[in-house]
Design a protein around this ligand. Structure first.
Ligand code: HAM
Length: 414
């Protein structure tokens, strides 16, 4: 019977068939992170509101309108984390990780919360997996970060992925460019959308992200930051590009690329997948050399990214096939249940996937169930202590010694 309750707007339940696909994505990421030395870290689901106001930036959409903010019983303002980078930098400082050998390489996975208008690929509770490499400004770290996300998407087989690459320069160098951009926007104010016009002086870069025709026309003529890069900023960007070239990672330099968080400096990147429609980014990130200082720590360069698990799954466009089981242990007589339990445990300990009937079914019902869960073989424990092994595909059935079962089932496969 349906209840009157539903999952809150913009949220969803992960049902078992979707859970399998998620597990595959997370395992693939876990392997890639572990091989490259990115250790797992987990931070709380909520933090001091001010961490995000300072970290993500007051002028961003996230802080202006998308945070789930509440007051706790002690009158503190807390916010469900809309992203993971500011919390990880907070943790890095709180635990003195700047005293460890640098860089500190971290990876994470978990739920994040943004009060956005829900649509395909955009939810109010979503899941990200990501990495942060804190404590180096080497372009090698930028390239490594990009390559890890590239490898993950390739290993998962996400189709039609493109990498867009840009650079915002350092904070200092950016100031003169921003003045130039503001002047351009003010000169064409009449053609801009209201939202962009109101933010010319607080966040002019966001105008590159606008989708109304008027603003787009103005932006097509706007000066770009990539063209304005100079000195060390230009060298850093050239080095990142040549490392990617050497690694055979293809990308397109997009001088209009911007991101929705204020902390980025120098390299920014975005992996997009056209089949996703409006919410086309599967993952992205960049360098954030000023964030840790902004949070009260020593100047510490860093780079990282996050990918949306739901977007990866949407892009894959498939539900994982039922994994199946190596064996199902059936009992021809209820007196054999204890023996079945012992046997199924032995099979599992030997690394095989095996199930036993937990529903008190008759033999016919057990076969039906074995078929439903995709068991490849059924062991039938007879009342007299003997056993039969049936191959579910060929239907062939023969007597078997349970003592030899594991060897028979794994024989030659190891
Ligand atoms: P972000 O671009 O805001 O970056 O989010 C990263 C990814 O999370 C996006 O590419 C997208 O796949 C997914 N995502 C974002 N919002 C939603 C949503 N409402 N529903 C579903 N998926 C969503 C960050 O969060 C940065 N912390 C990334 C980073 C790490 N930069 C440096 N280090």
């Amino acid at each position: 019977m349906a209840s009157k309750f539903q999952a809150p707007r913009g949220t969803f339940d992960v049902l078992p068939e979707q859970g399998r696909s998620r597990a595959r994505v997370q395992h693939a990421a876990g392997r890639i992170f572990a091989r490259a030395g990115y250790e797992p870290i987990a931070t709380p689901a909520f933090e001091d509101t001010d961490l995000f106001v300072r970290g993500v930036g007051r002028s961003t959409d996230i802080v202006r309108k998308e945070m789930f903010t509440f007051e706790d019983k002690g009158g503190r303002s807390l916010t469900l984390r809309p992203e993971g980078t500011a919390p990880i930098c907070r943790s890095y400082l709180e635990h003195g990780m700047h005293k460890l050998a640098q860089p500190v390489k971290l990876s994470y996975v978990g739920p994040f919360f943004r009060h956005e208008r829900p649509q395909a690929g955009r939810y109010r509770q979503f899941h990200q997996l990501g990495m942060e490499c804190i404590g180096t400004e080497s372009p090698l770290a930028d390239a490594e970060a990009i390559m890890l996300l590239h490898d993950l998407l390739a290993e998962l087989g996400v189709p039609g992925v493109e990498l867009r690459l840009g650079s915002l320069g350092s904070f200092a160098a950016r100031q003169s460019y921003l003045e130039e951009l503001k002047a351009h926007l003010h000169a064409h104010e009449g053609d801009l959308s209201r939202d962009v016009r109101e933010r010319i002086d607080v966040n002019p870069l966001r105008a590159f992200d606008a989708d109304d025709e008027g603003t787009r026309g103005v932006m097509a003529e706007a000066p770009t930051i990539v063209a304005a890069l100079e000195g060390e900023d230009a060298e850093h960007f050239a080095e990142v590009r040549s490392l990617l070239d050497a690694a055979g990672v293809s990308y397109e330099v997009d001088p209009t690329l911007v991101r929705g968080l204020d902390y980025y400096t120098r390299t920014i990147f975005s992996f997009v997948c056209d089949s996703l429609g409006a919410q086309s980014e599967v993952g992205g990130g960049g360098r954030y050399d000023g964030l840790i200082e902004q949070l009260g720590g020593p100047a510490t360069p860093a780079v990282g990214w996050a990918a949306g698990i739901e977007r990866i799954l949407l892009a894959l466009g498939e539900e994982e096939a039922v994994a199946g089981r190596d064996a199902f242990v059936a009992v021809a007589d209820p007196g054999q249940r204890q023996r079945a339990m012992v046997l199924v445990t032995e099979l599992r300990n030997a690394g095989l996937s095996a199930e036993v009937d937990l529903g008190g079914r008759g033999l016919k019902g057990q076969f039906k169930h074995a078929d439903r869960i995709g068991a490849r073989r059924v062991v039938i424990l007879e009342a007299d202590g003997t056993a039969q092994l049936r191959d579910m595909e060929s239907g062939e059935q023969r007597p078997v010694e349970t003592a030899n079962l594991i060897e028979e089932m794994t024989g030659g496969e190891k």
